[in-house]
Ligand binder design. Structure first.
Ligand SMILES: [Fe+2]
Ligand SMILES: [Fe+2]
Length: 209
């Protein structure tokens, strides 16, 4: 490896560590205690998956950042979410307008981009799509998406089976986590997000089952 390349990588690793420490500090006063447990659960679960999938240390650091940031604004008041989204110049869809809580994903990604100058799309999309998923999402986004549903504080029927499946066959497990999430949404008369539907259709068209 060229020395300049090595320095660049080292620097980015140092920067990521700084962001990780800063996020841990922010979490203490931005999220509730139970959410904090969930966030650290996502961090732990996603790292176990990263090791299972033999991801390198850089990808694991990126996952730490995404896990720590994904619900950073989940517990702030709804009117503040709207304020932040407007201040960041984000497009607010009609669904988000009616359910502003959905904005917490986009806001967190934008906060990271502006506050920490993070322009790494793998990190940003993992945060942005952690609730809905997206038909174009990459591996790190998929890891955060499933970890959000499978981390150790989550308790619901079938969670153990899904946890086992994700370590045996990641793509199959991902499909089943999405399916379970969509089933839950329909069963409880919740909002079916367009990105989730598109992702579902994409997987069906690819023949995943
Ligand atoms: Fe969330
Ligand atoms: Fe979450």
């Amino acid at each position: 490896m060229l020395k300049s390349q090595q320095e660049k990588n080292n620097l980015s690793s140092t920067q990521l560590n700084t962001v990780i420490e800063e996020l841990k500090r922010l979490i203490n006063f931005l999220v509730t205690d139970s959410r904090k447990e969930h966030v650290f659960g996502v961090m732990k679960f996603s790292d176990r998956l990263a090791q299972r999938l033999s991801l390198n240390i850089e990808k694991r650091q990126k996952l730490f950042v995404a896990a720590l940031a994904h619900d950073l604004f989940r517990d702030i008041e709804v009117h503040k979410m709207i304020q932040m989204a407007k201040a960041y110049g984000l497009d607010i869809s009609s669904t988000e307008n009616k359910r502003p809580i959905l904005l917490h994903s986009k806001i967190a990604a934008e906060f990271l981009r502006i506050r920490f100058k993070i322009d790494d799309e793998e990190i940003l999309e993992a945060i942005r799509y952690h609730t809905s998923g997206h038909k174009c999402m990459g591996l790190l986004s998929k890891i955060i998406f499933v970890s959000d549903s499978l981390e150790e504080t989550r308790v619901y029927e079938g969670v153990e089976k899904l946890r086992k499946m994700i370590f045996e066959n990641f793509e199959k497990g991902f499909f089943e986590v999405l399916k379970n999430k969509l089933n839950y949404v329909v069963k409880n008369n919740l909002i079916l997000l367009e990105d989730s539907v598109e992702l579902w259709n994409e997987l069906i068209l690819k023949g995943v089952k």
